[in-house]
Design a binder for this molecule. Sequence first.
Ligand code: SAM
Length: 262
Amino acid sequence: MSNHIPRKRFGQNFLQDASVIAGIVHAVNPQPDDIVIEIGPGLGAITKPLLARLKHLHVVEIDRDIIERLKAEHPADKLTIHAGDALAFDFASVSQQPLKIVGNLPYNISTPLLFHLASYGNRVLDMHFMLQKEVIERMVAEPSTADYGRLSVMLQYRFYMENILFVPPEAFWPPPKVDSAVVRMIPAPGRCGVARDEAMLEKLVIQAFAQRRKTLRNNLKGLVDVADLDALGIDPGLRPENLPVEDYVRLANHLSDKGIQS
Ligand code: SAM
């Protein structure tokens, strides 16, 4: 397929299934003037069909060999290559226009990358990502299910999310050991209320889910009193997974109202 030797440390599993590639491009639905950023273009499985539909494309890539390859294959007026780590990349620096972000993400950094990307919610039109299937199941999980956790709360606070495509290991070269899927994320500010101090919401959610088997009363000790929970009509005997996103937001705002600093 290519003389590039896939690098495990960069999570390199290259898409080779034409129907999956077409499915992703169809879902992204790029229009010629859209500002699109692809994370981890690799050997170009998604990059090339995106370029065929766009006037210009931005990519963020860490692997120097792949960067050289991309430079040789595509003129700079079509493709802007941002060489470096997507975890440290300032996505807002690309354009003032709303962004479409897409990528078959390196699975070894998917959770920190999703948290990094979440902070650009107000600059984004939509995002489409290939991820390990289990990660997407956690992102879209409903309360009171085993998959519902910190990732679900913090991402559902900012986005509507939908699991749109199942992708088996054979769709890649080399095949990963896990199943994959594609998620669509559309910013939805305020859908579960607005946290006046988002750092407080983050702190609260981290502490609440520190031990899934314990009750809110136990996990939130030191930050939230039983009286705070009572005031909001939240049963202190619930487990963290039982609380909907709206209640985490209400609780964070209650703490802010009490003057507690994040
Ligand atoms: N998009 C290609 C495809 O679908 O075949 C490649 C996908 S591969 C799973 C992940 C890509 O992300 C690789 O090109 C890898 O070099 C790149 N990558 C890995 N870590 C990265 C990072 N921290 N920042 C930017 N790109 C990264």
